[in-house]
Design a protein around this ligand. Structure first.
Ligand code: 5GP
Length: 239
């Protein structure tokens, strides 16, 4: 990012100061990591696919009246976003059991969770993102009681909108991870919505179409990202 001041660099994205106050530039890099960053690679064009899919889904959510930080795409790997004061929570909505809740509890892989199950983890790599409960979230003063109710309502609304949309593309939204912040006091969706943060299964074959392909060496990661980006956006993310 030529000339822009780097404010923060995470495992797969970097944040730069925008040209106007309260605006930031979010860059999606080609880095991919798993298992608390212990597995790492660089996959060419991964940033462009995730940026494009995230932009497409943020636009979809905005049309549904959900407040997001997204303001527009700048180029293949960057978007302009509202500056948020981030809340260090990972809000995971689960429609089917997979991943950590199958490891941690007596669910079977693929078990339907209806109503969807919300699991909230602390966003803190040094503590391995431990699972929280409402009392802990409030005792840690991460949000107010009203905000906690609102966070869950918004997370379920996002999950409903995206589940329905993806179902129409032949994709099962197994779970997704959301991160929120505050802008002018309003709870606002931040971060990304991409193949890195959703668990997606092909409805017909049950095959993984997300970062699990990378995590568990299930096949061609970029081939999968390219194919799922094409399906989600109707070909608008060709790289
Ligand atoms: P699990 O808790 O089963 O590992 O993950 C649940 C969902 O949240 C999956 O879709 C997974 O990709 C997403 N997720 C959980 N933790 C992280 C994280 O630290 N980064 C990203 N990008 N996604 C995460």
């Amino acid at each position: 990012m030529k000339g822009a001041q780097l404010l923060y660099s995470g495992k797969a994205k970097s944040i730069y100061r925008g040209e106007t106050p309260n605006r930031l530039i979010m860059e999606f890099r080609d880095d991919i990591t798993a298992f608390d960053g212990t597995k790492k690679n660089v996959l060419s064009e991964k940033g462009a696919f995730n940026c494009c899919v995230s932009a497409f889904l943020f636009e979809l959510l905005e049309r549904e009246g959900i407040r997001t930080h997204y303001l527009g795409r700048l180029d293949r790997t960057t978007m302009l976003v509202k500056a948020l004061t981030m809340i260090p929570l990972e809000v995971v909505v689960r429609n089917r059991a997979a991943g950590s809740i199958v490891r941690n509890f007596s669910f079977t892989e693929g078990q339907i969770l209806n109503p969807p199950v919300i699991v909230i983890d602390l966003k803190d790599d040094s503590r391995h993102d431990p699972m929280l409960n409402d009392d802990l979230i409030l005792a840690l003063k991460l949000v107010t009681p009203d905000e906690l109710v609102e966070l869950k309502e918004i997370a379920l609304a996002i999950n409903g909108t995206l589940s329905e949309f993806l179902d129409g593309q032949g994709i099962l939204l197994v779970d997704l991870k959301l991160e929120f912040g505050r802008a002018e006091g309003e709870i606002t969706l931040g971060d990304e919505i991409s193949m890195d943060s959703m668990r997606l299964w092909d409805k017909e074959t049950g095959r993984s179409m997300d970062k699990d392909v990378y995590r568990f060496d299930k096949g061609d990661v970029m081939g999968t990202y390219r194919a799922v980006a094409r399906r989600i956006t109707g070909g608008r993310c060709e790289v």
